[in-house]
Write a protein that binds this ligand. Structure first.
Ligand code: QAP
Ligand code: CO
Length: 167
């Protein structure tokens, strides 16, 4: 297991479109385990491979209270089943310290592969639905700050770049 480095906005690598996983082998399971460890260490609820600069379609998340129910999604496919906009105050491990309201469809259906390469299908709502949509956006090079005003986005960019210079 290993803690991986998390890229921060506006790192251009966060705009990379991730490629489908061809086969769920031990190297993919290693990546999954490292991502889960990295997510827990950073106290996140979700992490996409894009954020650790690995451009494969892999997501891990854990929205449980006990932080002991990690879920793995490989090559996730998403379909909106309830378009009604639902607003949630989102954050992101790649945008540390900033939270903004984002509207997304209320409910989605997701088909993905698990760590054994077996397909499963879920219909999440609530926080899990928000989280999966947020993480799939990462695989497509998209960030939650893309949904807010350019003014707010640029302020966040300036502050994170300033922090980086002082680090
Ligand atoms: C995405 O985000 C998400 O700023 C996952 O200082 C967020 O895990 C989905 C975090 C909200 C749904 C709702 C952010 C940790 C974690 C920070 C995260 C920070 C420390 C963000
Ligand atoms: Co994120």
């Amino acid at each position: 297991m290993a803690i991986l480095e998390i890229l921060e906005f506006p790192d251009p690598q966060l705009r990379t479109i991730a490629k489908p996983v061809e086969g769920v082998d031990d190297s993919v399971r290693q990546l999954v385990d490292d991502m889960i460890e990295t997510m827990y260490e950073a106290e996140g609820v979700g992490l996409a491979a894009t954020q650790v600069n690995v451009h494969k379609r892999v997501i891990v998340l854990d929205v449980s209270e006990g932080r002991d129910q990690a879920q793995v999604f490989i090559n996730p496919k998403i379909k909106v089943i309830d378009e009604t906009p639902h607003s949630y105050q989102e954050g992101c491990l790649s945008v540390p310290g900033f939270y903004e309201e984002v509207e997304r469809p209320t409910a989605v259906k997701v088909a993905a592969l698990d760590r054994h390469g077996e397909q499963f299908i879920i219909e999440p709502d609530g926080l899990l639905s928000v989280c999966i949509q947020h993480e799939i956006d990462h695989l497509n090079g998209k960030l939650f700050v893309d949904y807010i005003s350019a003014l707010k986005r640029n302020r966040i960019k300036q502050k994170l770049q300033k922090e980086k210079r002082l680090a």
